[in-house]
Design a protein around this ligand. Structure first.
Ligand SMILES: [Zn+2]
Length: 300
């Protein structure tokens, strides 16, 4: 029997309420991403939350190769940089932090203790030349999820509710994420809501959604469609379909890196050669170093 945690993400819409949502669960993909790094627990948890957010928000994009990047950056925070991204079901992420200062914090530091004065940037790269846009919001609230909710509400005027539950024990780390948002003009609608102050349809959806509990989100006996039924069985219509499978994915590989390095003039390549006699390129997402032969060696 496959774990419900390996089930595909569920995309759903409530046509009569002008709402759409996503439900995801991550198990092995999370374990794989975290296994590339040797992070203390609180950093693992914040990265797990960010990856789950990337899975939810990334799956809002049309599945044609577009990418979502979520980046949290701070001024003088213990976490200097957190980056996660999503492209076509592929997820990856890493965190750069000050280990010494982190060690002096207690076991469950607040978001502010970790990030200080921080910002959350959300970047949508749409494929096929459809452009790129970015929104930035202050990293306040109690969690990255709250900052993402603010992003949608403030930058896009799309009321959005996000719930994330994470469970971490000796066997690994699992997460579940639920996102629902109000799009009164349909999925493609650009007519935003800031002109209207009352949203009874949305209020209804958000009140029902707020009954979701941490344990329901993570309960392996309850799958995404069960959860939707629990929340919305009194609605006229709930449309649900499977999203694409979530996997760990990275674009680093030797051929690609060789190709990028090869575009620099030979003298600049020569300057990149390190003590090892090779050009070393790190992939922070995979904690891997790639060694590229300098031009003298490759050109014989
Ligand atoms: Zn990589």
């Amino acid at each position: 029997m496959t774990s419900p945690f390996e089930a595909l993400p569920v995309h759903f819409t409530l046509p009569a309420r002008d709402a759409r949502g996503r439900f995801v669960r991550l198990d092995s993909v999370l374990r794989e991403i975290l296994a590339a790094h040797d992070y203390p627990t609180c950093i693992k948890l914040v990265l797990a939350e960010a990856i789950t957010l990337a899975a939810l928000i990334g799956s809002l994009m049309k599945q044609d190769g577009g990418q979502v990047t979520i980046q949290a950056q701070t001024e003088g925070g213990i976490v200097e940089l957190l980056v996660v991204d999503y492209r076509g079901g592929e997820l990856r992420g890493h965190v750069r932090f000050d280990a010494e200062r982190l060690a002096r914090l207690g076991a469950n530091p607040s978001l502010f203790a970790l990030f200080g004065k921080g910002y959350l940037a959300m970047t949508f790269d749409q494929s096929f030349g459809k452009g790129r846009y970015q929104g930035i919001v202050p990293l306040d609230g109690d969690s990255l999820s709250q900052a993402c909710e603010s992003y949608f509400t403030q930058s896009e005027q799309v009321p959005t509710m996000i719930r994330i539950a994470i469970e971490s024990d000796a066997t690994g780390c699992r997460s579940a994420g639920y996102l629902v948002q109000h799009l009164p003009e349909g999925e493609e609608g650009r007519e935003r809501l800031h002109v209207r102050l009352d949203h009874p349809e949305w209020e209804h959806v958000s009140i029902l959604s707020s009954t979701l509990t941490h344990s329901e989100l993570l309960d392996p006996a309850v799958d995404g469609r069960d959860l939707l039924w629990r929340l919305f069985h009194e609605e006229d219509e709930v449309r649900a379909e499977d999203g694409v499978a979530l996997v760990k994915g990275c674009r680093c590989n030797l051929d690609h890196i060789r190709d990028v390095i090869g575009r620099f003039p030979p003298e600049e390549q020569a300057e990149m050669v390190g003590d090892t006699g090779t050009i070393v390129v790190d992939c922070a997402f995979c904690s891997r170093a790639f060694h590229i032969d300098p031009p003298a060696a490759t050109q014989g």
